[in-house]
Design a protein around this ligand. Structure first.
Ligand SMILES: [Zn+2]
Length: 113
């Protein structure tokens, strides 16, 4: 993904995504691009209103079209708040997510069973 695509991706996220907890929209500063694996971009969103951190994977097609983002987790708001009180994102966690994405077949429902 080049910087133009990344800009477009961030714009798309801003227009498509709202905080699942309070419904606030995100500004560019709250959208963090963590990395990319194949066609999936790993994004962290920090809510300005309630502070809920959300991880999302977004599949970017080669025609530069962004598909609907998928939230990484179905954990509860309470658990999210709990996570927020710990260290931000450790490098160990990033590795875990990457290996998760590598083996991931796109079926989120299955992945979290
Ligand atoms: Zn929020």
């Amino acid at each position: 993904m080049n910087s133009y695509q990344l800009q477009e991706l961030i714009k798309n996220i801003q227009s498509m995504m709202r905080c699942p907890s309070c419904g606030a929209s995100y500004t560019e500063n709250q959208i963090h691009f963590l990395g990319q694996l194949d066609m999936a971009a790993l994004i962290q969103l920090d809510c300005q209103s309630c502070g809920l951190p959300v991880m999302a994977t977004i599949v970017v097609s080669d025609k530069n079209q962004v598909q609907a983002p998928k939230l990484m987790s179905d954990i509860s708001t309470e658990e999210m708040r709990d996570v927020k009180n710990h260290d931000p994102v450790s490098s160990d966690h990033i590795v875990d997510v990457h290996s998760f994405l590598k083996d991931f077949d796109g079926n989120f429902e299955q992945a979290f069973k």
